[in-house]
Design a protein around this ligand. Sequence first.
Ligand code: NGO
Length: 481
Amino acid sequence: MNPSLIPAPHTLVVHDGAFELTPRTAVHAPECHATGFLTALLRRATGYALPAASEGALRLSLDGPEELGREGYRLDVDTEGVRLRAHTEEGLFRGVQTLRQLLPARIESPRPCPGPWPIPCVSITDAPRFRWRGVMLDVARHFFDVEAVKRFIDRAVPYKFNILHLHLTDDQGWRLRIESHPRLTEHGATSQVGEGPGGHFTQADFAEIVAYAAARHMTVVPEIDLPGHTQAAMASYPHLAPDGADTGLYRGMKVGFSQLAVHKSTTYDFLDAVFAEVAPLAPGPYLHLGGDEAHQTSAEDYAAFMTRTIPLAAGRGKTVVAWQEAAAVPGLPEGTHLQYWRPAREPVAPALADAASRGLPLIMSPADHAYLDMKYDDSTPLGLTWAGTLGVRQSYDWDPEALVPGARVVGIEAPLWTETLTTPDDLDHMLYPRLPGLAEVAWSPAARDWASYLPRLRAHTLRWDAAGITSYHRSPELRED
Ligand code: NGO
């Protein structure tokens, strides 16, 4: 039987037999995140020592051909051992996630389990379809602390996601400490949807998240949502509001009602000061400026605001990412990434189609396929329905390159908005079982199908059980017919 790999690799050949990990198995590998990750995982579940030895049967090396690309790898298992090769440490790390899925599901256990630990003999050559494979967590509507964010990262890593987009600011809260503007968190982080206390990351907290993600080859993309979705910032510093009045903190779930004072130069001084701190904290190449649902700002003011703000981010060395509304801004710098989020069943916004035809890179998050906050069906207790309900199959069955003809699609992102989500278990409920399918959309060759995917997905429930993920949605698809 074929191993249940998600996302499906580019090419997989299964041979007879298996290699078995034993208490005597040794590891020969370069010192890097991939090696550290693999040995920690294996030791935790097997209890074996897995010492380093140059004759080790478990071999990782960086001598893979350059054609494998930045994230590709080659994995060969025969009865004598395991050989994982890549051209980069990142490639090794992705290959380790595949190796992990070749082992029995109990490899996900946080404590030692009895063997045996067979690894089927295979030859795999793999590389991703898209370079942007993102997950997004909204920590503004409800705050999720460092531990919860690390757990969220842990959920994405086995499925080869490489981008963690953090939605750090919104009407309901500003979640990252900015030293030059302490009231953003001293006041603006004390609210959330509903009655709770809010919360925020110190800069040390944020650095801890960035480092945790980096050790798993995930890049953090911080989002400061502008010029709408800014009530928490204006409540902290009323001069940022168009009329300079204190509008107070906001605890509801509406969108599209707030806007910064786009005509005051002090607004841009503020943004420059914010970017000055955010840019070095998240050392990746991207800064997300939001730009969605600025319904109180005229089209002209919106374009002028973005035209003035984007260079401030670029001046800090960042490539700007923005939600698709920003497509309407004339003269966007080359390389600006636009994030498609409207439902795929709606006609493509003309400005977006136009920007795509000028070659601007697109990240695809159509709400009716990729929004993890949509309810599975009408009986789902959590989540929203503005884009409809989103069953497991619908989150899998779509092609990111089919939505905007001729566009340069760099990948996909699965956003998890948290208006209705308050605990890490709530997050798991919305992630599983949809997240693995979105990973396959992002990584695997376009020729994939639900019939081959479904049995693999079902097999993965054993991994979630072993990992102690208890709150996943028991969707009807997971039951054998
Ligand atoms: C929209 C809106 C968010 C909501 C989300 C809920 C975008 C880009 N802006 O997506 O503020 O939280 O829907 O699904």
